[in-house]
Design a protein around this ligand. Structure first.
Ligand code: ZN
Length: 251
């Protein structure tokens, strides 16, 4: 790549900082005194935080070793009575499920938007870093055709994040399982899809809190549940067949 072009390349971190630092000049915001674009800045801050945390973890020196140990304890998150406590960085008491879902949607949208900027400056020696990008930004790096759905579950007790239009070869590995009478295809998730699901889960859980669920009594004190949904090729084919049959019965 030509040097002049490379030097113009804005990395993903630059792109996020630009959103965060941009002063709003929209007349409507200046007149009212409150910026209506605060949600976008907030989503950019949340993403920059996630990205930097992962990069920091990857840097791993002795101090990080200690930090990881504490992180593990924090992750474990329960006291000796089996009560669990956790508060996500984006959790706000009294926030509605609608607001939480909107926040998650904004986070995903921001990740997709800045995902078009490269994570690292292009140049020699960075190929291996680029290959590791999935680990740092699975949402931004996911194939373009993938669609995300965020909805509130029945009864307002959950938020369901769906992953649609997953390219089969990107997300699934076919495994032939031989039984005495037949061979059945089982679908396993690729590491890339697993990473994407884990990232979406962590985005959702950032809005969650646990005020003392109990491991022994199954008491749940979580604000809500986060479910990640992705259908394997067999499930998609079954749904398509049901839908066809339903249409035929109607027609
Ligand atoms: Zn504004």
């Amino acid at each position: 790549m030509a040097k002049s072009k490379a030097s113009k390349t804005r990395t993903r971190i630059d792109a996020l900082r630009a959103v965060i630092d941009k002063e709003c000049t929209a007349p409507i915001c200046q007149q009212s005194g409150t910026c209506r674009h605060a949600g976008e800045k907030d989503a950019a801050r949340h993403m920059l935080g996630r990205l930097l945390a992962k990069l920091k973890e990857a840097a791993g020196d002795e101090r990080e070793e200690r930090a990881r140990m504490w992180a593990e304890i924090y992750e474990r998150g329960y006291d000796s009575h089996g009560n669990t406590y956790h508060q996500g960085s984006k959790y706000r008491a009294g926030q509605s499920m609608k607001e939480r879902a909107a926040g998650i949607r904004a986070d995903i949208k921001m990740a997709r938007k800045v995902g078009r900027a490269p994570l690292v400056q292009e140049g020699a020696g960075l190929v291996s870093q680029a290959l590791e990008t999935y680990r740092f930004d699975p949402v931004g790096e996911a194939p373009e055709q993938i669609k995300f759905r965020v909805r509130i579950g029945d009864g307002y007790g959950s938020i369901r994040i769906g992953i649609d239009a997953i390219p089969q070869e990107w997300g699934w590995i076919a495994e032939e399982v031989a039984y005495p009478r037949e061979t059945v295809t089982r679908w396993r998730r690729t590491q890339a899809l697993k990473d994407l699901e884990a990232e979406l889960k962590s985005i959702g859980e950032a809005y969650n809190a646990d005020h003392g669920s109990n491991l022994y009594t199954d008491l749940s004190m979580k604000a809500f549940y986060v479910f990640i949904e992705s259908d394997d090729p067999a499930t998609l084919a079954r749904h398509a067949r049901y839908e066809r049959e339903r249409q035929e019965r109607r027609g």
